[in-house]
Design a protein around this ligand. Structure first.
Ligand code: FRU
Length: 483
């Protein structure tokens, strides 16, 4: 059951969807096979869960404008991670404890119910922030009833304390939250519960100035802790890291620590922080364990405060999208991300050019164009110093084999100048590219590295060009994608 106030907000949101539907759908940058908001701003994926044979993805949603504010939880469901259906709005910011936003959180299954945990964001008249960790419950996975506050702010932290991710381990529930300590360090804080209503504060398990890590940003958002391939992985989004060579080029970061989590001592011994993605738009990812035991990650194709209001889709009253679902594996201590198998269902028309060759030239092949396509380049062999791929004259991937550096360039949507993101890559063996009308997701060497970005080519430009200084051989496969 929803309160009258919540119902009213939901009606207002639907009115907004209806009002702008035509404008939104007229946008040629509307994506073909990614999750997007029906109107307004989408940010973090929330509440990822495979529940009773259906995948659920909720998301942070501001229906009333293309900026941030008092967030709703939008909701999509899917039988297969490919075909998604909009479900009714799950949560609206209606109560005293969440009136300025039903902020990010997670979903679990308990006693046949789908239970959500989220952060109630509250601001008083002076603009001071308060934070409450809240619960909402559903019998059918579609209609949610709020149960109110389950955790209030513990001592030692500022009100930047949010984004509960909950899981079960050996008869107990655990919750990890993103936090800022009173001394100004980003932290990941752990709670434990037997009944989901009463939570015991176990303290920070990772953060700046602990576990051998020096200062590491002023706030950590959206933590996620899970076992993978025999180790434990903590994903976090630190804010306040300075750019460092090729690293930390976005306004805020998203990355992970690999280590071992000791439940007895609530202690996480971990290695160094690694960025999850090398592209321009990637933040606040969340994972779920699915029916087949896969660890699946979906991220937000956006970064807070990173010229969001300059995104070209804003003129059509919507902004941002989610990444494709990716399967995570841990190999050699490093996270590897690959698009989930199911995405092959999108493949329609195929063209293939086995043993394609480029020699000191810029060239293309017939049939590689398309505004929603998948491209696989396998068995790449480069005899020369450089290879490049132009995507629709608006993005360019360059591999410099002398330096062992891979670079993604795009035309900035702020000033039209070329901007770049890079990573070290000793060898380039394969590239797996998903292009949508205004996004690119690049999986390098079977997911060893990924680059995720929005880009805004001329809508009629579908060219893909390959160039090299030297000789380049590869097997090309390309599919048109259709949902
Ligand atoms: C991350 C974040 C979360 C917060 C949510 C609000 O992008 O700032 O920390 O819960 O967005 O929409």
């Amino acid at each position: 059951m929803k309160s009258e106030r919540e119902q009213k907000l939901i009606e207002q949101a639907y009115a907004e969807v209806e009002k702008y539907e035509t404008l939104v759908n007229r946008d040629r940058y509307r994506l073909r096979y990614h999750l997007m908001p029906p109107v307004g701003l989408m940010n973090d994926p929330n509440g990822l869960i495979d529940w009773h044979g259906t995948y659920h993805v909720f998301y942070q949603w501001m229906p009333f404008r293309t900026g941030h504010g008092a967030k709703f939880w939008g909701h999509y469901t899917s039988p297969d991670l490919v075909h998604w259906q909009a479900a009714p709005i799950a949560l609206a910011p209606s109560e005293w404890y969440d009136k300025d936003g039903c902020y990010s959180g997670s979903a679990i299954s308990c006693d046949g119910k789908l239970v959500l945990f989220y952060t109630g964001n509250v601001k008083d008249e002076q603009g001071n922030r308060q934070t409450y960790q809240c619960m909402a419950v559903s019998e059918d996975g579609i209609h949610f009833t709020k149960k109110g506050v389950v955790i209030t702010l513990p001592d030692g932290y500022t009100a930047h304390f949010r984004d509960p991710k909950v899981w079960r381990y050996q008869g107990h529930w655990y919750m990890i939250l993103g936090a800022q300590s009173e001394s100004g360090d980003g932290k990941a804080v752990l709670f434990r519960s037997a009944d989901l209503c009463h939570w015991e504060h176990l303290g920070p398990i990772a953060g700046g100035n602990m576990n051998g890590l020096g200062p590491f940003g002023y706030m950590w958002e959206c933590p996620d802790l899970f076992p993978l391939d025999g180790q434990d992985v903590l994903i976090v989004c630190p804010q306040g890291l300075k750019p460092d060579g090729m690293r930390y080029q976005n306004v805020y970061q998203s990355g992970y620590f690999v280590g071992r989590f000791d439940y007895e001592r609530a202690e996480f011994l971990h290695g160094t922080f690694e960025e999850l993605d090398r592209g321009f738009e990637f933040y606040a990812p969340q994972t779920m364990l699915d029916r087949n035991g896969r660890r699946i990650l979906i991220g937000w194709m956006g970064v807070p405060d990173q010229d969001e209001d300059r995104q070209p889709t804003v003129s059509h009253r919507w902004v941002h999208a989610l990444t494709l679902p990716r399967e995570l594996r841990l190999t050699g201590g490093k996270l590897r991300q690959t698009p989930v198998e199911e995405l092959k269902q999108l493949r329609k028309q195929k063209v293939a050019y086995p043993s394609a060759t480029v020699v000191n030239e810029l060239r293309s092949w017939p049939g590689l164009e398309g505004d929603a396509i998948e491209l696989r380049l396998d068995n790449i062999e480069l005899f020369g110093s450089m290879m490049e791929i132009y995507f629709r004259h608006a993005a360019r991937l360059v591999y410099n084999s002398d330096e062992g550096v891979l670079t993604l360039e795009r035309k900035s949507f702020v000033n039209g100048l070329t901007e770049k993101r890079q990573c070290r890559l000793p060898r380039l063996r394969s590239l797996h590219v998903f292009l949508d009308t205004s996004s690119i997701e690049l999986f390098v060497n079977d997911g060893e590295e990924t680059f995720t970005a929005r880009f805004f080519p001329h809508p009629d430009d579908q060219t893909i060009l390959f160039g090299t200084h030297g000789h380049l051989h590869m097997d090309i496969e390309k599919w048109d994608l259709l949902r």
